[in-house]
Design a protein around this ligand. Structure first.
Ligand code: EPU
Length: 427
């Protein structure tokens, strides 16, 4: 298996460009199948999650033209109904957006259960509740979610938990339903607004995205559109935290500073200096890192996807920080990796008590999931000596050129490719 070897100890310095948002792209790519014409998507991040989804569209019959590394023209007119198999869905979470998109296009969907990061149980009952409210029958057979309807009908859906996935999946189906759908207690993340903007640019009628009540008036058809995906809030936040953790000075470009406010606020509390520009943010730290208390919350709260990276930074801060994870049941699995590097962290359920130490020590660690993988790179960057990180495929699922971008900021990171083992075939 391939590994990253991070030779840390130096502050990050320089400028870095942020790519398009993963969590917007993984909903926008399936949304293309709702259109009756060609869609041009720009600023698509070059990550394995988007490659998987483009391959699903291709398998279904879409005509896909890559214009450059981040721009695609997709003609969905040749798409036929088919099962989306486990082999494709098991590697990522966002594959469940094909259910909403298939429903909008065909009135039925057969999609294998999604994979993605393991944070304990990740139910999709709120997605199902939404589809049923829109007039669908939902059954689960042999690991396939089978959804059928004689006609999507607009409905009132109250989400019992604020769910990004359920909000976007219901939006996808509802924009082709007859009548008005109202999603109450909807998620408000920037990618919800981005999906709504994309669908509206195709002729959908969606209002209120970014608030907790979203109204979708169904339309009979959607047309092709050209759309540029928003910058990735979490990728930007990862460089911000890495700059603060290493005592660096980094200008992070192609960002929407408003999306980063919860992260900026916490970094300032921890001792970083932040300067906001129109489309960039500069993070510097010269003084000592201070403890902070932190609780992850739905947007506009502090994002759960920034929790592991921030815990790494706090592991060398002065004082004891309390970090509460309120979104997922089990998002501290990576802490064991950090304690093997000398971090002093006690986890009790959804709370981590992080007692800052002077320094971390190199150790072989694993990327237990996507953001935990980025956190391990930051851990390597603040540690003198070589930190080896395994299971890096998780990182490649969701960060466009993360290692190359860190190298551009002065980091020393090498990729060690696995040699593979030759096993002779039995005669
Ligand atoms: N939940 C339910 N029922 C549902 C759906 C969610 O109980 O039907 C619960 C979840 O178990 C969780 C909470 O509601 O406790 C929030 O889950 P949500 O549905 O918002 O998360 P998600 O759609 O599974 C997306 C991102 C995650 C990100 C979360 C929260 C994608 C593909 N994934 O997941 O991204 O952490 O929203 O913002 O968009 C990542 O990028 O590293 C990542 C994990």
């Amino acid at each position: 298996m391939s590994k990253y070897i991070v030779n840390g100890g130096a502050p990050l310095k320089g400028e870095v460009d942020v790519s398009g948002s993963k969590n917007a792209s993984v909903a926008i790519i399936p949304a293309v199948m709702l259109s009756d014409g060609v869609c041009r998507l720009e600023n698509v991040p070059d990550i394995s999650d988007t490659a998987t989804e483009l391959s699903i569209l291709y398998d279904l019959g879409a005509d896909i033209r890559m214009i450059n590394r981040t721009t695609y023209e997709i003609d969905p007119r040749g798409i036929r109904f088919d099962i989306i198999p486990h082999e494709k869905t098991k590697v990522m979470r966002g594959s469940y957006y094909f259910i909403g998109a298939m429903l909008g296009r065909f009135g039925r969907a057969k999609v294998a259960l999604p994979g993605g990061c393991n944070f304990g149980v990740r139910p999709i009952d709120q997605h199902i509740k939404g589809f049923e409210a829109l007039g669908c029958d939902v059954t689960l057979e042999h690991g396939l979610i089978n959804v059928e309807t004689k006609g999507l009908l607009g409905a009132q859906v109250y989400l019992d938990v604020v769910s990004v996935g359920a909000t976007m999946n219901i939006m996808l189906a509802a924009c082709k339903a007859r009548g008005l759908t109202v999603i109450e207690n909807a998620a408000k993340e920037p990618h919800i607004v981005d999906l709504a903007n994309f669908l509206n640019s195709m002729g959908a009628d969606i209002m209120g995205a970014g608030t907790d009540v979203i109204k979708i008036r169904g339309v009979s058809s959607l047309h092709g559109a050209s759309y540029s995906i928003i910058p990735d809030q979490i990728e930007a936040g990862t460089y911000m935290v890495a700059a603060a953790a290493t005592g660096g000075d980094v200008l992070i470009k192609n960002v929407i500073p408003k999306h980063l406010e919860s992260i900026s606020t916490k970094l300032v509390e921890a001792g970083a200096d932040i300067t906001e520009y129109d489309e960039a943010i500069r993070v510097r730290r010269t003084g000592e890192l201070r403890k902070i208390n932190l609780k992850t919350m739905p947007h506009p709260g502090f994002p759960t996807d920034m929790q592991p990276q921030t815990v790494v930074m706090l592991s060398i801060a002065h004082g004891t920080s309390i970090v509460t994870e309120s979104i997922f049941d089990n998002r501290f699995r990576y802490v064991e990796q950090l304690t093997s590097m000398g971090a002093k962290i006690q986890v009790d359920g959804k709370i981590a008590v992080v007692e800052g130490v002077k320094e971390l020590k190199p150790a072989p660690v694993s990327a237990t999931d996507l953001r935990a993988g980025a956190a391990m790179i930051i851990a390597g960057l603040i540690t003198h000596g070589c930190t080896e990180i395994e299971d890096i495929h998780h990182i490649e699922r969701g960060y466009d050129n993360l290692v190359e971008k860190f190298i551009g900021l002065g980091a020393t990171i090498e990729m060690k490719k696995s040699q593979g083992i030759f096993i002779p075939k039995a005669q």
